[in-house]
Ligand binder design. Structure first.
Ligand code: OSB
Ligand code: MG
Length: 414
């Protein structure tokens, strides 16, 4: 184990992972050749800042649980050793996708997670995750702080986030998630637009009344594209015959057809369908991922770093799926560039073999909070930045101009 870690210059933050037994890590060890500077073992966090920033969406985004036309972006930054690391809490304003909201995450960070993080120097990612594990749930709040910590660690060690976590890809295949549209014509026009921009996979949001006929029409016009659908929990097992109708369209996957906490009915449905089920909302951590795979509830896993509680959990789910040869891909939460940059780092791991919901900044916002913004090349790929930390500059002037609230938390004992 120590030899592998030496070769990789693995930070001790990853020391609890079973490196030698994980093929993903062996694959990584072949490509990492440049020794990185040693990482200090202890980082005392001096200050945590929570900020909300309202960004208008270029177009409304509608799913089976509702429509939004702006995003209240929740940014967190942490300071240590004179440097700053940035993260994003991906919770929405209303508890629809998950029970967390911007408000609950502010409360949980302010009153529980930040004091735990400030209570003593952080030794590694495992140390931080262990402190957070004392509090139940609130994964998006935990993830925001883990993200900021990992960016700080990457900046201090002068490495990219991708390098820090053992990423192997220098560019990523990406797809786009298209919300429910006012009309089929508008959807078809959107599909054409994103295909012409190069996106390698189209995902259609579906709900009862906006499903079979819509998918049939898109498939009729585009016979060979990678096409998937995402129901965001809009169906029940009683709809099984209807859902089986989706098997006719050669879909890459059907994402989260049934209830968020129901692995049992998903297993029943998967046994009846040829289309692979991919779970999003249901996979709240490594244990749930293992149970879902053991039960046959899905054949593909969507990993969202916020939903699962940060890098510590996302890396564990990645490794589990890699060992079991289950494809994973990186989901999105309409993040700002800061969250998106973390998603890019995560998706550079070996197991992320399917295109992620990592679209260009311009797909969401008129202007992003990072420089340069995320862009998608004509071949539907995004470059993994190699610079230190996020690999993007945080545009503090633009963030400040759109800041709605700001709160700083320091160790009260200091
Ligand atoms: O279910 O994947 C989802 C956005 C917000 C909440 C849930 C989901 C989504 C998306 C958009 O599908 C993904 C993105 O482009 O960021
Ligand atoms: Mg989804």
């Amino acid at each position: 184990m120590s030899i592998v870690r030496q070769m990789l210059q693995m930070p001790s933050c990853l020391s609890n992972r079973d490196l030698l037994s994980c093929p993903a890590m062996q694959a990584r060890s072949e490509v990492v050749t440049v020794p990185a500077p040693p990482v200090s073992d202890q980082i005392a966090i001096a200050k945590i800042e929570m900020r909300t920033v309202r960004l208008a969406l270029n177009e409304p985004f509608e799913t089976s649980f509702g429509s939004i036309d702006s995003r209240l972006i929740f940014l967190v930054s942490v300071e240590g050793q004179g440097m700053t690391g940035w993260g994003e809490v991906v919770a929405a304003e209303a508890p629809r996708y998950s029970y967390e909201t911007v408000g609950t995450a502010q409360h949980v960070i302010r009153d529980y997670l930040a004091p735990a993080m400030l209570s003593g120097p952080v030794t590694d990612l495992t140390d931080l995750a262990d402190r957070f594990a004392a509090f139940r749930g609130h994964n998006m709040a935990k993830a925001g702080l883990e993200l900021a910590y990992m960016e700080l660690l990457a900046r201090i060690s002068g490495r990219s986030l991708s390098h820090l976590i053992g990423g192997v890809r220098e560019s990523l295949a990406v797809g786009v998630s298209l919300g429910i549209q006012p009309s089929l014509d508008q959807l078809l026009e959107r599909v054409d637009k994103y295909l012409s921009l190069g996106y390698q996979r189209i995902k259609l949001k579906i709900k009862p009344g906006w499903d079979i006929e819509v998918v049939r029409e898109v498939r009729r016009r585009h016979r060979n594209i990678l096409l998937s659908v995402d129901a965001n929990c809009a169906y029940s097992i009683a709809d099984q015959d209807h859902l089986r109708g989706l098997d006719d369209f050669g879909l890459l996957m059907i994402e989260q057809p049934l209830n968020h906490d129901d692995l049992i009915d998903h297993a029943r449905l998967q046994a009846l369908m040829t289309t692979p089920i991919c779970l999003d909302e249901s996979i709240t951590g490594p244990a749930r991922a293992r149970q879902a795979l053991d039960m046959g509830s899905c054949r593909i896993v969507n990993i969202k770093i916020g939903r699962v509680g940060g890098y510590s959990q996302a890396l564990a789910i990645h490794d589990l799926c890699y060992l079991r040869e289950v494809p994973v891909w990186c989901g999105g939460m309409l993040e700002s560039g800061i969250g998106r940059a973390h998603n890019i780092a995560l998706a550079s791991l070996a197991g992320f073999s399917l295109p992620g919901d990592i679209s260009a900044s311009s797909r969401y916002f008129a202007r992003d909070v990072i420089i340069p913004e995320v862009s998608v090349a004509g071949d539907g790929t995004v470059e993994v930045p190699q610079g230190p930390g996020l690999g993007f500059e945080v545009d503090l002037d633009y963030i400040t101009a759109h800041t709605v609230s700001i709160e700083q938390i320091e160790d009260s004992k200091k």
